[in-house]
Design a protein around this ligand. Structure first.
Ligand code: NAD
Length: 477
């Protein structure tokens, strides 16, 4: 049984209740986590506050950096163990689980190096004054984390917050807590003081809500669905608590007739099947120049048919979805497509070794999806790619911007001037030209516009969000 991790101690919830942990590859229960409540959040916030006041706020930036670097090394030592934990908990194919553990190593390394490079400025002002700004931590930051990339999102969110001098209370998703409990234990082993990183597990509407409402939380970093993002924003607004929202997307891959299709095709496919399509930045719409619509669909279809889906441990192209309700969600989208007469181009194959009790979905390519249909508007959060054609550049921009989201976009063209025009005209937090994701570099600021959220995580930019600016004006004559 897994316990909360509060003030560097494994702690049962005061509720005395637990939640079963299910392996998505076979649908079987293999562990349990604490079903925590508001009291547990209160305990964690109290521990965090004590740590901040008595210890962490007195630790120098350089020393914070050294600790984060030690944690990075410790996570690297335990990367295989952490990957195996995440694999079973989330159903990730081996390559993906390992990549996630190594991304966590890199986040801690990056933010370790950034700690002592974050500083304020001096401002020229009237004669007789000196004015300076200080970048101060918020204090106790709350982190609500989704189940799709627990380690990566912990790294970018908690890593940045600690680097900027905050202490943290973390609420992982009820479907994916195990790796983060282990990371918090490793942090204690390398010397993070009691209360710097606290993990409290449980349901969103119970413990997540308690965290968002707690008056001792000075900043909330929320990564999850747009619907819950709205709730968090409303709850935080009551006490004017600053919030960073990393929400979903319906990201387009825009392919012009002059594109290098040999380069584009594998990336278009990877961007929708990675993590079984359960990626906020999944390229879930492919917008294709009408001049190459038919031949490109044929090539994409052939590639889809070769994709194999099965248990995480087999390390195939696609693993299971996280849970049964997610599988049902994808089925609902696909049955809507059928009712609307949206043609299916191709599907991948679920292998025979996949247990019937696992949550599998074959990758599916749909064509001629009307721009107003929910398959072109809403996140499926599964391996379903919606294709549509465009007439010219203006039409491509219109389709790309025709959703409430704006997280990531990919543009494929050899025309240099068009590359810049498209990057300017597409409304999203990131635009990739002739690639998609640029390998996910931790240095690259990430976040959305419109309903994809606001604020940025990753990169140095994130540190600005994890601090508040104090202006100090000294009148010395
Ligand atoms: P979710 O919104 O259901 O849950 C996210 C987290 O919020 C979980 O920890 C959950 O327990 C908690 N939560 C749920 N209800 C809550 C409440 N009322 N108060 C406080 N906390 C609550 O999302 P999910 O299903 O876990 O993740 C999928 C969603 O996350 C997708 O929409 C995806 O696009 C988005 N996402 C976005 C990013 C990004 O960086 N933009 C990254 C990963 C996932």
């Amino acid at each position: 049984m897994q316990l909360n991790y509060i003030a560097n101690a494994s702690t049962p919830s005061s509720s005395g209740r637990t939640i079963p942990v299910i392996d998505p590859s076979d649908g079987q229960v293999f562990d349990e986590i604490q079903r925590s409540n508001a009291q547990d959040i209160d305990d964690a916030v109290h521990a965090a506050r004590q740590c901040f006041d008595a210890v962490w706020s007195k630790v120098s930036a350089a020393e914070r950096g050294r600790l984060l670097m030690k944690l990075s090394a410790k996570v690297a030592e335990h990367a295989d163990e952490l990957a195996a934990i995440e694999q079973r908990d989330c159903g990730k194919p081996t390559k993906q689980a390992k990549a996630d553990a190594l991304a966590l190593v890199r986040y801690f390394e990056y933010y370790a190096g950034a700690c002592d490079k974050l500083h304020g400025e001096t401002i020229p002002y009237q004669d007789g004054y000196s004015v300076l700004t200080w970048r101060e931590p918020h204090g106790v930051t709350g982190h609500i984390i989704p189940w799709n990339y627990p380690m990566q999102i912990f790294g970018r969110s908690v890593g940045g917050a600690l680097a900027a001098g905050n202490v943290s209370v973390v609420k992982p998703a009820e479907d994916a807590c195990l790796s983060l409990i282990r990371v918090a234990q490793l942090a204690a082993e390398v010397g993070f003081p009691a209360g710097a990183i606290n993990i409290v597990t449980g349901y969103g509407h119970e413990v997540g809500d308690a965290l968002a409402r707690h008056p001792g939380i000075d900043h909330i970093s929320f990564t999850g669905s747009p619907g819950v993002g709205t709730i968090i924003q409303q709850v935080a607004a009551e006490r004017h608590c600053p919030v960073t929202l990393e929400l979903g997307g319906k990201s387009p891959q825009i392919i012009f007739a002059d594109a290098d299709l040999d380069a584009a095709i594998p990336m278009v496919i990877n961007a929708i099947v990675q993590n079984a399509g359960q990626t906020c930045s999944a390229g879930s719409r492919v917008l294709i120049d009408e001049l190459i619509y038919e031949p490109l669909l044929e090539r994409l279809g052939k590639a889809f048919e070769k994709l194999r889906v099965g248990p995480a441990i087999l390390d195939l192209d696609v693993g299971p979805l996280i849970r049964q309700s997610q599988q049902q969600r994808v089925w609902d989208f696909l049955s809507d497509a059928q009712v609307a007469g949206i043609p299916m181009v191709a599907q991948g194959q679920i292998v025979d070794e996949a247990p019937e009790t696992g949550f599998y979905q074959a990758p599916t390519l749909l064509r001629d999806v009307p721009v107003t249909h929910r398959l072109a508007q809403d996140e499926v959060f599964g391996p379903v790619l919606s294709a549509m054609s465009f007439r010219d550049e203006d039409h491509a921009v219109e389709l790309a911007n025709a959703t409430r989201f704006g997280l990531v976009a990919g543009v494929w063209t050899r025309d240099g001037a068009r590359q810049f025009r498209m990057a300017k005209r597409v409304r999203s937090g990131q635009v990739f030209i002739n690639n998609y994701g640029a390998g996910g570099g931790v240095e690259l600021p990430f976040g959305g516009v419109k309903s994809s959220g606001y604020g940025r995580e990753k990169g140095f930019e994130a540190l600005l969000g994890f601090t508040t600016l104090k202006t100090v004006a000294i009148r010395h004559g």
